[in-house]
Design a protein around this ligand. Structure first.
Ligand code: UDP
Ligand code: UDP
Ligand code: UDP
Length: 467
C-alpha cells in the first residue's frame, strides 16, 4: 500500500491511551490537524473506561464534518488485573489496549485514503511497533503526554539500572539525564512506580524507552517559556514541541446545568480573587484529607471553587457531597466563601474566567499546560506519577510553587492550617501573578502565527505532505 502520503490533504491516524490525561491532548492534536485542513481518524479501543472520555470523543466527532474526522473502533480484550498488579482501571485498560493491538495492520490498511502517518500515545509504543512491523513505509510518531522534563527521564530510564541487578538504592540522589539542559532530577521526585524496575509499569517503561529511535518523531505538548531546558542531543528522533491547548469542541456546558451556575458564581467575584482546586480526572483524596482541605480553604480567606473527587472512575461516583465531606458543619461554613462541587467542570472555562487567580493542582501535565495558557499561578501538590517532575517545571518556569514536604498521595494528612497558609501566600504573591500572566502571553505567541509551536506543527504537516 502507498503510505507515501503524497496528498495535499494528508490523512493522519491517532491512537490514544486510556484516561482523560491521554485522550485530551490526543484530541487537541487531532483538532489542530483538522483545523490545518488534514483528514483525521481517531482509533479508539472499546469499551471506554470513563464517562468523561466517551463524552469528549462524542463532542470531538460532532465538531467536525464526517469526511474530515472519523472514529475507527476496535475491541479491547479483557486482562486479569493481577498481571498489572493494580486495581486502577486506567492502568488495566492501558495493558489491555497494549494486548489488543494486533488488529492495527488490518485496521490501518482499511483506512481510506491511505494514511500519511500514525501518531500513537507513548504508553503504547512497543506493541504498536510490533504490530506494524510489516508496514515499513508508514511514518510513525509518538505523542508524549507529559512534560519535556519527564521525557528526558523516559528517554534515558533504561540507562539508570543494570538489567542484571536492577537496584534502586544504587541510583544517586540526583538523576542526571543525557540531556544537557535538563537540571538533574531529585531521586525523591522519581515517580514511585519507577523505583522498582521489576514492576509491570517500570518494565514497560524500560522496554518502550529503548525503542524511541524506531519512530520518525516525538510530539511533546509544551512551550519554550515553560521549559526552556534544551532537549538536544542523545540518540533521539526529532522532537516537535506542539502546544496543545483547550479547543472549541471541548466547550458545551448544557444550558441551565450546574456548569452554568458555576460560571454565574464566578461572575460575581472580584477579578483574580478566586482560588480553584482540582486534582484532575482520576486522582482521589482520602476522607480525612478532604476534611482538612475544607478547613484549609475556609482559613485561606479567599473565595474558592473546589472540585472534590473520591472515586477514580466517574461512573462509580454516586455519593452526595455531604457524604464525601462527612461534616455538615464544615459544609455550611464553606458555603460562606466557596463553591464545592463533585462533578466534571469545564476546567478551561474556569481557568479562563477573569475571577480565577490561583490554582491548587496535582500537576497533571494537562492541568499545568492549561494554567500556563490562561496565565493562572499555581500551587502544586503532586500526588503520584510524573507530577513532582511536572511541579519542578512549574517552579522553575515561575508559573508557581509546589509543596515539597507534603508527601505523595496518602502518605500523611496535611493540616488545614498549612493548606490555608500556603494558599494565602500564593494568592497574595504579586510577583507570581505577573510571572504567570507573562507565561500566558508567551504561550499564546508560541501557538499563534509564526510562534514556535505553530512552526513545529507546520513542519510536521509539511513532512506528511512530502513537501
Ligand atoms: N478536567 C476537567 N474537568 C475536571 C477534571 C479534569 O476539565 O473536572 C480536565 C483537565 O482540564 C485536564 C484533564 O481533564 O485537561 C486532566 O488531565 P491532567 O493531565 O491534568 O491530569 P490527570 O487527570 O491525567 O491526572
Ligand atoms: N462529563 C464530561 N464533560 C462534561 C460533562 C460531563 O466529560 O462536560 C463527564 C464527567 O466525567 C461526568 C460524567 O460525564 O462525571 C457525567 O456527566 P453529567 O454530570 O453531565 O451527567 P449526565 O447528566 O450528562 O449523565
Ligand atoms: N507518565 C509518563 N508519560 C506520560 C504520562 C505519565 O511517563 O505521558 C508516567 C508517570 O511518570 C507515571 C506513570 O506514567 O509514573 C503513570 O502515571 P499516571 O498513572 O499518574 O499517569 P496518567 O495515566 O495519569 O498519565
Amino acid at each position: 500500500m502507498d503510505h507515501s502520503g503524497a496528498h495535499n490533504r494528508p490523512h493522519v491516524a491517532l491512537l490514544p491511551s486510556a484516561g482523560m490525561g491521554h485522550l485530551t491532548p490526543t484530541l487537541r492534536l487531532a483538532a489542530s490537524l483538522a483545523n490545518h485542513g488534514l483528514q483525521v481518524t481517531l482509533i479508539v479501543g472499546h469499551p471506554i473506561v470513563s464517562a468523561a472520555e466517551s463524552k469528549l470523543i462524542s463532542r470531538f466527532l460532532s465538531a467536525f464534518p464526517a469526511d474530515q474526522v472519523r472514529e475507527k473502533q476496535f475491541d479491547i480484550v479483557s486482562v486479569d488485573p493481577a498481571t498489572v498488579n493494580s486495581k486502577d482501571p486506567f492502568f488495566i485498560q492501558r495493558e489491555a489496549t497494549r494486548r489488543s493491538l494486533q488488529i492495527l495492520p488490518s485496521l490501518v490498511s482499511s483506512l481510506s485514503p491511505p494514511i500519511s502517518a500514525l501518531v500513537s500515545d507513548v504508553f503504547l509504543m512497543s506493541p504498536v511497533l510490533e504490530a506494524t512491523a510489516n508496514l515499513k513505509d508508514l511514518p510513525q510518531y509518538i505523542l508524549f503526554t507529559s512534560s519535556a522534563r519527564m521525557f528526558s527521564l523516559f528517554a534515558s530510564y533504561h540507562t539508570f539500572f543494570s538489567e542484571t541487578s536492577p537496584d534502586f538504592s544504587k541510583v544517586g540522589d540526583f538523576i542526571e539525564t543525557p540531556f544537557p539542559g535538563v537540571v538533574p532530577i531529585p531521586k525523591s521526585s522519581l515517580p514511585p512506580p519507577l523505583r522498582d524496575p521489576k514492576t509491570w509499569f517500570a518494565s514497560t517503561f524500560m522496554e518502550d524507552s529503548k525503542k524511541l529511535s524506531n519512530f520518525d518523531g516525538v510530539l511533546i505538548n509544551t512551550f519554550e517559556k515553560l521549559e526552556s531546558d534544551s532537549l538536544k542531543g542523545g540518540k533521539l528522533p526529532p522532537l516537535f514541541t506542539v502546544g496543545l491547548v483547550p479547543c472549541e469542541f471541548e466547550k458545551g456546558s448544557e444550558q441551565g446545568g450546574s456548569a452554568e451556575s458555576i460560571i454565574k458564581w464566578l461572575d460575581d467575584k472580584e477579578p483574580g480573587s478566586v482560588v480553584y482546586i482540582s486534582f484532575g480526572s482520576r486522582t482521589t483524596m482520602m476522607k480525612e484529607q478532604i476534611k482538612e482541605m475544607g478547613e484549609g480553604l475556609v482559613r485561606s480567606g479567599c473565595p474558592f471553587l473546589w472540585v472534590v473527587k473520591d472515586k477514580i472512575v466517574d461512573k462509580e461516583d454516586n455519593d452526595s457531597l455531604e457524604d464525601v465531606i462527612g461534616d455538615a458543619e464544615l459544609v455550611e461554613k464553606m458555603k460562606e466563601k466557596g463553591l464545592v462541587v463533585k462533578e466534571w467542570v469545564d476546567q478551561g472555562e474556569v481557568l479562563g474566567h477573569k475571577s480565577v487567580g490561583g490554582f491548587v493542582s496535582h500537576c497533571g501535565w494537562n492541568s499545568v499546560v492549561e494554567a500556563a495558557w490562561y496565565g493562572v499561578r499555581l500551587l502544586g501538590w503532586p500526588q503520584s506519577g510524573d507530577q513532582r517532575i511536572n511541579a519542578e517545571v512549574v517552579e522553575r518556569s515561575g508559573l508557581g510553587v509546589w509543596a515539597k514536604d507534603w508527601g505523595w498521595m496518602g502518605e500523611r494528612v496535611i493540616k488545614g492550617q498549612d493548606i490555608g497558609g500556603k494558599i494565602g501566600e500564593i494568592m497574595r504573591n504579586d510577583l507570581l501573578k505577573s510571572q504567570a500572566e507573562q507565561i500566558g502571553e508567551e504561550a499564546r505567541k508560541a501557538v499563534g502565527d509564526g510562534g514556535s509551536c505553530e512552526n513545529a506543527m507546520k513542519e510536521l504537516i509539511g513532512k506528511w505532505k512530502n513537501e
